[in-house]
Ligand binder design. Sequence first.
Ligand code: NAD
Length: 326
Amino acid sequence: MSMMDEKARILELRKELEKYSIEYYVYDNPSITDQEYDRLMQELMALEEKYPEMYDATSPSQRIIGSVLDGFEKVTHDTQMLSLSNVFNKEEIEEFVQRISESVSNPEFVVECKYDGLAMALLYDDGNFTRAVTRGDGIVGEDVSNNVKTILSIPMHIPEMRHVEVRGEVYMPKASFEQLNKRQEEKGLAPFANPRNAAAGSIRQLDSSICASRKLDAYWYYFQNASDFAVQTQEEALQAMSKMHFRTNPLRKVCTTVEQIWQFIQEIQEKREDLPYEIDGMVIKLNNLADQRRLGSTAKVPRYATAYKFPAQEVLTRLKDIVITV
Ligand code: NAD
């Protein structure tokens, strides 16, 4: 492709990815698979790197594209809710570990499941739940407390009187998804495309009894104000959250080498089908929180963590053929 063609391709990709993001985040109704979306995003990022003069802060590669709908109170996050950079193979994991090792000596990593749901922040004061806020565009989210209260594993009271904010993922367990689509079928309604879109649609219901009937669940993986609690590592943060009654996933591992990381990823990938929830990859996080803070973030993603995305399992359902109702 000529330089002119490649620059034109950048503009074309930005337009296409924006359209797909709106379908995905605003209408919970994707028309392409996540793998195809990721492939187009990789292509865009490679071209943008080649032509830095084409930089645009509004490019899908630079923005957390989310949505904030009418109908829910808008809430500005205390600190931005970020996305994650992606890696797709062992070599890219090696590069990530190498990059971290350049600024941190003997780094430890926590490897966790990457849940395919929607990111959520939970806030507590004086031991009581105060609100639940979606990631939205990372800066402003939606107060969906009424719906989140229907998730029975989420504590309404915690044994901690100080302000607490935890973040994690709300998802639809595979069993709930099957039941939901069975009910849709019985009513002659179109099925939902996947648990992620069904979960996002459920959380945005204005009638919380609908959300309650969808039987969502959640895992919590980020202690936003851990530094107020003398918590020093991600592993300690997970343990501290668990003590406060937040549901954390024991399926995780502290690793020091790429080999250990890769082996654990393979182990989970083999179990993936049997897990009661959907995961689309694994997240690799630097364990030490002070080092995390030192490395900081770009406008969109933290530098101290990355997501390994599993390869496509099979030719996915042709999403375009499915009409999704929310
Ligand atoms: P992402 O899903 O790739 O990764 C970031 C998110 O992972 C975080 O925001 C968090 O919610 C989640 N996460 C799950 N488990 C986690 C854990 N243990 N620790 C930390 N975070 C964890 O990024 P995104 O910005 O939410 O979405 C982008 C992705 O969405 C794309 O890569 C693509 O796969 C998909 N997408 C698809 C379409 C489509 O049309 N099919 C359109 C837009 C986006």
